[in-house]
Structure formats: C-alpha cells, structure tokens
Design a protein. Structure first.
Length: 451
C-alpha cells in the first residue's frame, strides 16, 4: 500500500511512524516543502532565549534517521495540487522546479498552519512570524547581529506572553500589544486579569484593547515604528503572534470539508474523502465536552492524531472520545492551565452552568514560600457534573490541571472531587488539596441553589 504524507513535523511524522508500526507493507513517502523536520516548535521560546543551546536538541528525528527507518522523505518537495479522484498528488521540487505526479492509496494531510500577518509590515526587515525552525533561527540571528534594544510583540496569547519572557530575559525592552480587552482571552476574564495584574505589577509593558494600524521602516528598510489607535512606539523588531491560518489553500474547491480552512475529520483523522486523512494544525479536532469540532492547534493534538491515523489505517480504533481543549501556559513565574469549557464558552454553547473561583495556596499554610493558587470550576447546574476548570498561580500550579482533566474526561461531579483522595505533603499542597477546596466550595453553592 502506497501512503503519501504531506508535512514532516508533529502530525506528519507521528503518522508516518504509526503507519510504519501498524500497517504492514506500507510504502511511506513524506513530502516536506522545507528542509527541517520533526522539531518541537513548543521549545522555540527557550531556544531563542538560549536556555536550549543547540538546534539539534529540538529535533526528535533527523532526516538520516527517517530515511534509515525506511521512510522515503523528500525535502524541498511541495504538494501543489491533489487529485482525489485519481488519487495523486502533484509535487513541485523546490530545488530544481521540476513537477511530477505521485500516486497514493492513502493520503495524510499534515501541512500545519502559519501565523496571520498584518499587511502594514509587508516588506519590512525585522518583522517575524514564529511557526517554523527557520523563523526561530531568523529571530536568533537577527538578535545576534543587530542586538535590538526594543521589541514589540503583537498578540497577548500563549505564544506572545511566552515570548515576552524570552525577550525580557535577553534584555530586550519589550512591549506587548493585544487587540482584545484581555490577554490569554481563551480564559475567563477573572483569570486573565489576575495574570495581567501580576505581569504589569512586575513592570512588564502590556497594552490591551489596542490595535496596530500602521508601521514605519527606516531608510534601510528595518522596522522603526509601530503606530496604533492609541500611540506610537519606536522599535527595533516585531514578532507577530496574532493567530493561525491553516496551509490548506491548495486543497480548496475539491470537495474536502473544511471550516475556515481547517479540515474536518472524524475521531481518527479520516476526512469526508475516502482514503484521505488529516491532522494537526491544518485540521479541526472533536471536542467531546462541547460535542463539536474545534480548531485547537496544539502539539498534543497533532501528535495524538498522527498516532491515531496510523492505527485507523490498520483498522484499529482504540477507544478515544476526542479532546477537551486542555492547555497550559507559563510566562516568568506565572502559570495558567485549562481544560473543558470556560464560563464564556459554556454561555456561548447555551449550557446551563454555574461556577466558583477559589483562592487557595500551593503549599501548606505553615510551610514557607507558599503562593496563591486560583482554581475555577465550571459545572452543570442540573447535576454538578464538572465540565471545565481553569488555574492561575505560580510554580507548580499548571500541572494541577491534570487531575481536573481526568475528572472532566470521566464526567465526575462535585461530590466526587470534594472528597477525592489526593496525596498530600506540606511543601506541595495542603491536607485538603486545592481541588478538594474548590469542589467543596462549588458543592455548597450547588446544594444551596438546589434547596
Ligand atoms: C512558538 C510555539 C510554541 C508552542 N508551544 C506549544 C505548547 O507549549 N504546547 C502545545 O501543545 N503546542 C504548542 N505549540 C503548537 C505546536 O507546536 C503545533 O501545534 C504543532 O507543531 C503542529 O504540528 P503540525 O505537524 O500540525 O504542523 P507544522 O509543525 O506546522 O508542520 C507542517 C509542515 O508541513 C509543511 N508543509 C506545509 N504545506 C506543505 C505543502 N503543500 N507541501 C509540503 N509540505 C508542506 C510545512 O513546511 C511544515 O514543515 C507551539 C507552537 C509554536 C510555534
């Protein structure tokens, strides 16, 4: 069986290795338009910072290894068209511009996504997206050669705030500009505001509800100023982290079901076209709490879907309900994490929900060095079933979401969590773990409302 995979990073290579392991006799060809493969993009902020010194540490498998494993990996090979009827991909060799057709029995689309870009910066030097290893290296090189003193990060989401830390640690005076009223706006405003207050309190420059309108370059073409609806900022560089756009334009108009450019799949990566699979940042993924597909471009989802595609191709369907929008973020000493639905999402979905936000501590009261830990639980009013959780705090806070991920996944309710037997040791938590505390508070509210 001939399998063609388009894209050789998280989803593409996870699929390749899963197919190799599970589908006997599969002949796998992977097309990659760039030269870098199998890298951990999640590590870029730490690589730019210098904490991760060598590029190779970010790479799970290099080209030599993939070829040695019997996978026909073709770099600088861009899929420019697909004929789903004749089961063939048109490939352009970017090294010599030759074009050729490649037949497949099964096709996996794992082409990822790229950053949205504001036209105001087009053609200016010193303005960067951050999606690929090339981008990360371009930022590093620019910083080494030009030693920028000031930077503007557009967008106050996960990536933007991680980069705020990166740039600050590299002694660059950094300004974040966010269009929405909150940073980290996938969280409920109370949580985002806690983070914003702390970051501003530490002197970090973060402007919200502000829109970049224009940009000015110096005589050599380097960015020198960003003009917004509220002011003007001199700068030596800009990083745009303002959302993603799936790289699926070449697939449009061919009957492949997509939502705003992201391919619709079933739980195992199958698209609406027979023998065509998709996963990672170019695809939607099923959220079992919302009972609908979401666009959740995360490394967790890309790797998982790649693995599931290989299993599905072998006729195996391990029990998998879908994802539940779990994610984490860390900037400086602050951590956030979430799973399931927030209040704002529950409202949007028309759910009859309630919630509590509790402030606890990350160590026993008497243990030195403890800090505040906030947990918000969202639950259904009719039965107390927990449908979402959000966390904000300092070191060790975000990982506490994993227990809540399990609770939401399993459909546990407030009674389950209020007395759940969590482990305890004073340097890490309290005899009533913060999750018990949050659930007990929610339970009191829930029982009061039931009376
Ligand atoms: C800075 C940063 C930090 C992140 N941090 C986290 C994190 O902490 N946690 C988390 O879960 N996720 C994180 N992510 C997200 C995660 O890295 C991505 O979800 C994941 O890399 C997506 O993998 P993918 O294989 O779907 O796509 P990509 O990594 O985008 O790979 C797609 C590949 O397809 C190639 N391609 C595209 N079009 C074609 C074509 N027509 N022909 C041939 N090849 C093509 C591209 O060149 C690319 O190499 C982060 C991402 C970034 C950039």
């Amino acid at each position: 069986m001939k399998v063609v995979i388009i894209g050789a990073v998280a989803a593409g290579l996870s699929a390749a290795y899963s197919i190799k392991k599970n589908v006997s006799g599969a002949e796998i060809t992977v097309l990659e338009k760039g030269e870098d493969i199998s890298y951990g993009a999640c590590g870029f902020p730490y690589y730019i910072e210098g904490l991760i010194e060598e590029e190779k540490k970010l790479i799970a498998r290099d080209k030599k290894r993939v070829l040695a494993d019997g996978i026909d990996l073709r770099l600088f090979s861009e899929a420019i068209d697909v004929d789903f009827q004749n089961k063939s991909v048109k490939v352009r060799n970017l090294s010599n511009k030759n074009e050729y057709e490649l037949k497949y029995d099964k096709l996996v689309i794992a082409v990822g996504a790229r950053s949205n870009h504001l036209d105001i910066f087009t053609g200016m030097k010193g303005v960067f997206p951050l999606n690929t290893l090339k981008h990360a290296n371009a930022i590093k090189e620019y910083m080494e050669k030009r030693a920028p003193e000031r930077a503007i990060i557009l967008g106050g989401g996960n990536k933007g705030l991680e980069l705020l830390e990166t740039m600050t640690l590299r002694a660059v005076d950094t300004q974040v500009i966010e269009y929405m009223p909150d940073v980290m706006n996938i969280y409920d405003p109370e949580l985002s505001e806690l983070l914003l207050k702390e970051l501003r309190g530490e002197g970090h420059k973060i402007n919200t509800s502000e829109k970049a309108l224009d940009a000015v370059a110096d005589e050599k073409g380097f960015i020198s100023k960003v003009i917004t609806d509220k002011g003007e900022y001199s700068t030596d560089m800009v990083i745009e982290t303002i959302g993603l756009k799936p790289n699926t334009e070449f697939l449009e108009g061919k009957g492949l079901k997509m939502e705003r450019g992201a391919i619709l799949t079933d739980l195992y990566g199958r698209t609406n076209i027979e023998d065509v699979y998709a996963g990672g940042d170019c695809a939607m993924i099923y959220n079992h709490i919302e009972e609908k597909h979401n666009y959740l471009p995360l490394g967790t989802n890309a790797n998982k879907t790649g693995k599931l595609i290989g299993l599905a191709m072998a006729g195996k369907e391990p029990p998998f309900k879908g994802v539940q929008a779990s994610s984490m973020m860390k900037t400086f000493e602050f951590e956030m994490a979430m799973t399931g639905v927030t209040d704002q999402r529950a409202k949007f979905l028309g759910l009859d929900y309630d919630s509590v936000l509790v402030r606890t501590r990350n160590k026993s009261g008497y243990y030195p060095g403890g800090t505040e830990l906030y947990i918000k639980l969202t639950y259904l009013k009719k039965n107390g079933k927990i449908i979402g959780a959000q966390i904000f705090g300092r070191e060790g806070s975000a990982l506490r979401i994993q227990g809540l991920v399990t609770a939401v996944y399993a459909g546990l309710d407030l009674y389950d969590l209020a007395y759940m037997d969590f482990g305890y040791i004073p340097p890490l938590n309290s005899v009533w773990d913060s999750i018990n505390v949050a659930a007990r508070k929610a339970l009191s509210k829930y029982e009061r409302e039931k009376e």
